[in-house]
Every structure is written in C-alpha cells, then in structure tokens.
Design a binder for this molecule. Structure first.
Ligand SMILES: Cc1cc2nc3c(=O)[nH]c(=O)nc-3n(C[C@H](O)[C@H](O)[C@H](O)COP(=O)(O)OP(=O)(O)OC[C@H]3O[C@@H](n4cnc5c(N)ncnc54)[C@H](O)[C@@H]3O)c2cc1C
Length: 203
C-alpha cells in the first residue's frame, strides 16, 4: 500500500473561516500557533465541528484490495475516484500465468495476507480469470470472478471532520487489518502541522 498526499488546505483558511463568525481577522497569525489553537478549541472542544470541513485533503491511495475498497466506500462523506477494472483487466490478460507459490509476482495484482492457503487461492483465482480473459470474455463479464484481494487504487478527497471519524473508526483494532493500516498511513501522510487535529482519533 502506498499513500501520497496530493493536496491539502492550509490551516489559515480554516482559521479565517472561524474568524469570519466574529470578525477577528486581525488576531490571525496566518496558520501559526494562535490559529492552530483556535481551530482545535472551536472545531474540537466547542464542537463547532463544521468549521473543520474547510480543511480538505486529497490522497492518492495505491495497492489496496477490493475488500478494503468496499469498506472505504461506506464512508459517505468523502469522494473516491477508483481505477476501473472494466478498462484495466488487460494488464492481467497480457501477463504470464502465475506459479501457485509465486507470491512476489502475484503481488502486482493481489494483496497478500500472509496466510499461504488464502494467498494460493487468490493466485488460482488470478489464473482462472486470466484464462477467461484470454478466451475472449469481455471485461464487464469477467470482472465478476475477481478475488476480493485484487488490487486497486483511488484518488480520495475528504474533509478533516470526516477524516477524524474515519481514523477513529478504522484505526481501531476491531477494524479490518488492512484498513487499520490505511488509517494509520493516512495519519502519518498528513502535513505535520495538521496531525494534532487527529491525535485523539488515532489508536
Ligand atoms: C469495526 C467496524 C465494523 C463494521 N461492520 C459492518 C458490518 O458488518 N456491516 C455493515 O453494513 N457495515 C459495517 N461497518 C460500516 C459502518 O456501519 C459504517 O457504514 C462505516 O463505518 C461508515 O461510517 P460513518 O457512517 O460514520 O461514515 P460516513 O458515511 O462518512 O458518515 C460520517 C458521519 O456523517 C453522519 N451521517 C452520514 N450519513 C448520515 C445519515 N444518513 N443520517 C445521519 N447521519 C449521517 C454521521 O454522523 C456519520 O458518522 C463497520 C464499521 C466498522 C468500523
């Protein structure tokens, strides 16, 4: 899994939004310590949490399973744009078949769990899918036998309020191990000066 931060809103934009409420722009230190304290006080402590929606992050998330994707998609207050298997199965169609234990090469297409029975079953599924594609079945039909471990990628945009909720729910040990890893990576990929807003959410 690889997570890259493509874009983020500077803290001073959120501080400006908060200061709009009582017109205290002159007290701003342009995203410095005074503004950071204000955002935490109003957004978190006073629970005027809609102000945190002015902070928006866009991540490029690569190498996650479709099992993770369906859980990520449950988070309605976020915008995903996902690599389409309808268009991209030709990468698999054109590669060599996989030996059952060739985890290294299979890693290009599937997320490995470390359980050899499960990972071998995923490789068998890849080989079956490849035979179906090479027999000329269209991607639209063939995709119905994709394993859940099949890798995908997405660009994901989310605001700070919703990201707090995501990190709190998904870094918890009751969440799926792969989405726990994602939640922690999202946190460490955030700009250092933004991480304080998520410290109480992460576990
Ligand atoms: C450990 C774990 C196990 C899970 N197991 C299952 C499972 O077995 N089956 C299953 O179906 N799901 C399961 N889920 C998914 C879970 O039910 C949520 O769909 C998912 O976590 C998204 O959370 P959310 O609704 O808070 O996020 P978002 O959809 O991003 O919503 C963010 C917040 O906006 C508000 N909101 C959004 N939409 C509404 C609305 N319609 N009405 C009122 N308020 C709204 C809520 O305050 C919500 O917390 C599981 C989640 C976790 C973390």
């Amino acid at each position: 899994m690889k997570v890259t931060l493509k874009h983020h809103t500077p803290l001073e934009v959120c501080a400006h939004a908060i200061r709009t409420c009582w017109q205290s722009f002159e007290k701003s230190d342009e995203g410095g310590e005074k503004d950071k304290a204000l955002i935490d006080r109003v957004g978190n402590k006073y629970k005027h949490a809609s102000t945190l929606e002015h902070l928006v992050y866009t991540f490029y998330i690569q190498g996650v399973s479709r099992a993770l994707l369906q859980e990520l998609a449950r988070h309605r207050i976020a915008s995903p744009s996902v690599k389409s298997t309808r268009y991209t199965l030709k990468e698999l169609k054109n590669s060599e078949p996989f030996d059952e234990q060739d985890y290294e090469r299979a890693k290009m297409f599937i997320v490995l769990t470390g359980n050899s029975m499960v990972d071998t079953a995923s490789i068998e599924a890849l080989n079956n899918l490849q035979k179906i594609l090479q027999a000329g079945v269209s991607n639209d039909i063939a995709k119905f036998c994709l394993p859940e471990s099949y890798k995908t990628e997405l660009t994901w945009t989310i605001n700070a309020r919703s990201l707090q909720n995501f990190i709190e729910l998904r870094s918890n040990k009751s969440a799926l191990w792969e989405i726990q890893n994602l939640a922690r990576k999202l946190y460490t990929t955030l700009p250092k000066e933004h991480q304080y807003l998520f410290e109480t959410a992460i576990s």
